[in-house]
Write a protein that binds this ligand. Structure first.
Ligand SMILES: NC(=O)c1ccc[n+]([C@@H]2O[C@H](COP(=O)([O-])OP(=O)(O)OC[C@H]3O[C@@H](n4cnc5c(N)ncnc54)[C@H](OP(=O)(O)O)[C@@H]3O)[C@@H](O)[C@H]2O)c1
Length: 506
């Protein structure tokens, strides 16, 4: 089977295939998958021979299917190209059934044979599990029962699994075991939509396509790294799911660790999927396990109280959100200090923070360089002198900023903090994107570079397991402990203050 290399691939249409969306009536399909497929169609990046097969319980109902497409359309940005929209819709087929029902999978097999016949999709199937996680093992098993899982020289079968990949290390291992019973690892695409963001992919390009940064990208020059993924929204309607998961599970082993590994990994020998994933694996292997006795020092948890957002909106406490117990001990904020025990990063802390109802939606990786000796500026209080910061802004307003000290004009030597700023939007045309386009395109091309490998997913859970264990043994006593619209609990500031540092003001 042909694999393409990201570095030399030109954007061209993938070969023929049918995409089967399990759970095609759900929120993800409406808001992201169908809009992403439309965007790919407009860019001529879908196969010419293409079809979608939706699978859900409610698909017997024609009104339901119409409503699905109408709703998906409202999530498109800009003017809709009617021809492309109709082209996509004309390729939509459906199978009504329950994921537990073997007959439904028999019907799916029949439908796929018809689709191959009608659209020339060649028996190549991309299965997308847009379903509740409890079906992640069941659906591949059912596919295998009707011989839809095995691939051959002539056609491929790939499976996309949405996060969460388990809810702790044991369940992640169990899920991997179940998937590997019927599929080869190379057929499995564990999606982290964060990796679909251009600026996340740009971290590797920035580091490895420019010779000037890599020589200083290490413990000799870097004091510490801050990774922030801040959300201004609350849990909204997801209270039921969220209260089981919490912020640590929901955000850290996936999104924050992707930013961490891309920022910290060694240069891979190529951009082939396994070369990149091998380097990520080494970072996971080097994360210093947090000793249970240190968890309460290295990991801070918080839960938002009612408060006022910067735009003046008054918002309720987490415990007052729908489907959240009034005495919930679930965290909506996490801050962590991690150390990576290898030659490049020994003694350089990585501080991670993420949470809901923070003042703004904002994600960045900030590299904080060491202070210059400043022998020339003895009269200036050192703690008022700026240090160099390199900030990779992930969202919104994607770009890169490098800050440094410059002389303030005037007769005395005073130093001001100035910056060089690059905004993606100033240089590159933005295409309307949901963040799923590149990922779907890559799956159709068999390029797994942006997807998590099973061992990486397990290693990520292993890294947070000590925190999960201690937190569940010692329920929080001070929740809620930060006001909605603030930057989290006081202990998060204390985490850095103890080390003589502070969070960047965003
Ligand atoms: N929504 C997002 O933005 C988002 C983001 C990241 C990850 N995810 C992940 O993506 C997955 C899907 O999320 P979602 O928000 O789209 O879920 P959802 O809105 O609850 O949709 C679930 C879909 O699965 C179908 N389904 C459920 N049980 C079924 C069964 N027994 N047999 C057949 N169909 C069944 C439902 O069909 P019926 O309509 O017929 O009941 C529905 O189409 C989840 O794993 C979620 O964690 C979602």
């Amino acid at each position: 089977m042909m694999m393409t290399n990201r570095s030399d691939r030109k954007a061209s249409r993938p070969g023929p295939c049918a995409m089967v969306i399990f759970g095609a009536g759900g929120d993800l399909t409406r808001r992201k998958l169908l809009p992403a497929l439309y965007n790919l169609a407009v860019e001529r990046l879908l196969p010419e021979d293409f079809a979608i097969v939706g699978f859900a319980r409610s698909f017997d109902d024609e009104e339901y299917r119409n409503e699905l497409w109408q709703d998906a359309r409202t999530h498109l940005k800009g003017d809709v190209d009617e021809k492309e929209w109709d082209w996509l819709r004309d390729r939509f087929h459906y199978v009504a059934g329950n994921f537990n029902n073997p007959d439904a999978f028999g019907r799916l097999k029949k439908k796929l044979a018809e689709v191959d016949e009608k659209h020339g999709t060649g028996g190549n199937y991309l299965y997308y599990l847009s379903t509740p996680p409890r079906f992640f093992g069941e659906i591949p098993r059912q596919l295998d029962e009707v011989d839809l899982a095995r691939q051959s020289q002539d056609n491929w079968r790939r499976l996309v699994v949405e996060k969460p990949f388990g809810h702790d290390l044991d369940s992640a291992r169990q899920l991997n075991r179940e998937l590997l019973e019927v599929l080869d690892e190379s057929q499995i695409y564990r999606i982290d939509h964060y990796l679909g963001k251009e600026t996340v992919q740009n971290i590797l390009v920035f580091r490895f396509a420019n010779a000037i940064f890599e020589p200083i990208w290490n413990r000799r020059y870097i004091d510490h790294v801050q990774i922030t993924v801040a959300e201004s929204v609350g849990v909204g309607t997801r209270g039921g799911y969220y209260d089981d998961a919490g912020t640590l599970r929901d955000m850290v082993p996936n999104h924050l660790f992707q930013l961490l590994t891309l920022s910290a990994m060694e240069p891979p020998i190529s951009f082939e999927a396994d070369d990149v994933r091998n380097e990520k694996a080494k970072i996971f292997g080097a994360i210093k396990p947090i000793d249970p006795d240190d968890v309460l020092t290295y990991a801070v948890r918080g839960q938002y109280d009612e408060g006022t957002m910067p735009d003046g909106e008054k918002v309720p406490a987490y415990r007052a959100e729908p489907n959240v117990p009034k005495d919930s001990g679930t965290e909506t904020f996490v801050a962590l200090k991690l150390l990576i025990d290898n030659w490049r990063w020994a003694d350089v802390p990585f501080y991670l923070r993420t949470g809901k109802r923070l003042p703004r939606r904002y994600s960045e990786v900030a590299i904080q360089f060491k202070r210059a000796p400043f022998i020339l500026f003895r009269e200036t209080p050192v703690d008022q002198l700026p240090t160099n910061e390199l900030v990779l802004r992930i969202q919104p307003d994607e770009g890169i900023n490098l800050s440094f000290g410059a002389k303030v004009p005037g007769p005395s030597v005073q130093i001001g903090d100035v910056g060089m700023d690059f905004c993606n939007a100033d240089y590159f045309d933005g295409h309307p994107a949901t963040g799923y386009e590149t990922l779907l395109y890559d799956c159709m091309n068999g390029d797994a570079g942006l997807f998590q490998r099973g061992d990486n997913a397990e290693a990520a859970w292993a890294a947070v397991t000590p925190v999960l264990d201690v937190w569940s043994a010692l329920p929080p006593r001070d929740f809620p402990n930060y006001a909605a619209g603030s930057w989290g609990p006081e202990e998060a500031a204390e985490l850095l203050r103890r080390d003589g540092r502070r969070w960047r003001r965003l």
